[in-house]
Design a protein around this ligand. Structure first.
Ligand code: SAH
Ligand code: SF4
Length: 407
């Protein structure tokens, strides 16, 4: 499906204008290339590169082990490869090319926000967030018993953590309450750039997959389902090469119906959990705060989700941003409850009090308003959780990611 791409860097004055979409088939990394980054290729792709060098396929496995498990970032440091081979690959222009953390902002609550350098054909920085102790709705209460030391990664003071990953530089979906929207879409990230954020953060915190409990949320900058192929290629890399479980990953979408339709068909072994940014109790309010609702209204989104075969105990998450006076009224909680019940999907609601940004006409509801909203949902039989903001002081919280250089 091809939709015309309308480049746009600012929020349009008229929220009624059609949402610019890029649902083109962006190419996932391919070893057809004769040189470039190795990070992003799976073991098969690496084997293809190595075979062209006249090397056995298992040399590809050695590189995969080095870059995805040992977090090695220089070809010259992969000592399992013969020196001559390392030099030959480098001479031909191959490099590991993993995204690197260029700047770190540390929050009082232990959260870290990173500017990650993606040195692709068009170098860009994106944002990635590390939240020790996690904030995955049910249990994440934002309380930290210890904090990271100044400028240093913590010496394993966390028991579990969540990494929030970006899928695009900027975003083309024009949600009226979100700072990322102000950037417009700069470009899609490649699979290596998406998975690379995770590996760079794992490297910083010495995460050992299998030992440590780390969740991923694809809730950073961008709309994952408008960069579908690269996003899913990144998930496959993270599952098959890095060794993470898709059941520890959640992807959030603003409701891109063609993307959801593809996603529900993905095989369970590489399908993350799904969160839908509902953010309003009906189409009228939703279209106001999320103009994309004019293209894909709530019913179309729900119809697209319905065929998804959930795992035992799996639920769909509906995210709901509480905007003071706009979406946080008690009767809207009851309307939302009816809506969620009508979907017939096993679901829970994550409530997110709006995180402020400059030049918005929205306000953050008081804690007791949010709690009343949650209570009203619970009273209607809808499980609801208030997500505690993480790293608001360093612009790391939901909707605040905009390559803000200040902390
Ligand atoms: N583009 C995807 C994923 C990234 S946004 C999506 O929209 O779902 C992750 C979540 O942050 C979404 O649920 C979005 O509604 C929410 N969000 C955006 N701006 C926010 C803000 N200023 N305060 C609180 N939540 C916000
Ligand atoms: Fe894009 Fe999500 Fe922000 Fe909407 S909330 S503008 S979809 S990043």
């Amino acid at each position: 499906m091809m939709l015309k791409v309308v480049p746009r860097n600012t929020v349009p004055d008229n929220p009624d204008q059609p949402v610019p979409l890029d649902f083109s088939e962006a190419a996932a990394e391919s070893p057809e290339l004769r040189s470039g980054p190795l990070f992003g290729l799976d073991a098969g792709g690496l084997a293809t590169v190595l075979k062209r060098e006249g090397e056995p396929a298992w040399r590809g496995e050695q590189i995969a082990e080095a870059i995805y498990h040992q977090y090695i970032t220089e070809l010259s440091s992969i000592t399992t490869l013969p020196l001559a081979l390392r030099q030959k690959l480098e001479g031909e222009g191959w490099r590991i090319g993993r995204p690197e953390i260029a700047k770190v902002f540390q929050s009082a609550d232990g959260t870290e926000r990173y500017l990650v350098e993606c040195a692709g054909a068009k170098p860009e920085t994106v944002e990635t967030v590390w939240m020790p102790e996690g904030d995955d709705g049910e249990a994440g209460d934002g309380s930290e018993e210890e904090q990271a030391g100044e400028g240093q990664p913590d010496a394993k003071t966390w028991r579990r953590a969540t990494v929030c990953v970006s899928s695009q530089v900027g975003c083309a979906v024009n949600c009226q309450f979100c700072l990322t929207a102000r950037l417009g879409l700069k470009r899609n990230l490649t699979a290596g750039e998406i998975a690379g954020q995770v590996v760079a953060v794992f490297d910083r915190h010495n995460v050992r997959v299998g030992r440590d409990r780390v969740n991923l949320v694809f809730m950073g900058m961008g709309e994952p389902f408008l960069n579908y192929n690269n996003f899913m290629a990144a998930v496959r890399l993270l599952v098959r090469e890095v060794g993470l479980s898709p059941q520890r990953m959640t992807v959030s979408t603003s409701g891109i119906v063609p993307g959801i339709e593809r996603f529900v068909q993905e095989p369970g072994e590489v399908r993350p959990k799904l969160a839908i940014s509902l953010n309003a109790p009906n189409d009228e309010v939703r279209a106001e705060v999320m103009p994309i609702n004019r293209k894909w209204p709530i019913a179309a989104v729900v119809d697209a989700v319905r065929p998804m075969r959930l795992r035992p105990h799996e639920r769909i998450t509906f995210e709901y941003v509480l905007l003071g006076g706009v979406t946080d009224r008690p009767e809207q909680a009851r309307e939302l409850a009816r809506l969620v019940r009508r979907t017939g999907l096993p679901a829970k609601v994550n409530l997110i009090a709006w995180n402020p940004g400059p030049d918005f006409n929205y306000s953050t509801p008081k804690a007791e308003t949010a709690e009343q909203f949650r209570y009203a949902l619970a009273g209607e039989g809808i499980p609801a959780y208030i997500r505690q903001p993480r790293g608001r002081d360093i612009f790391a919280a939901c909707g605040q990611l905009k390559r803000t250089l200040e902390a």
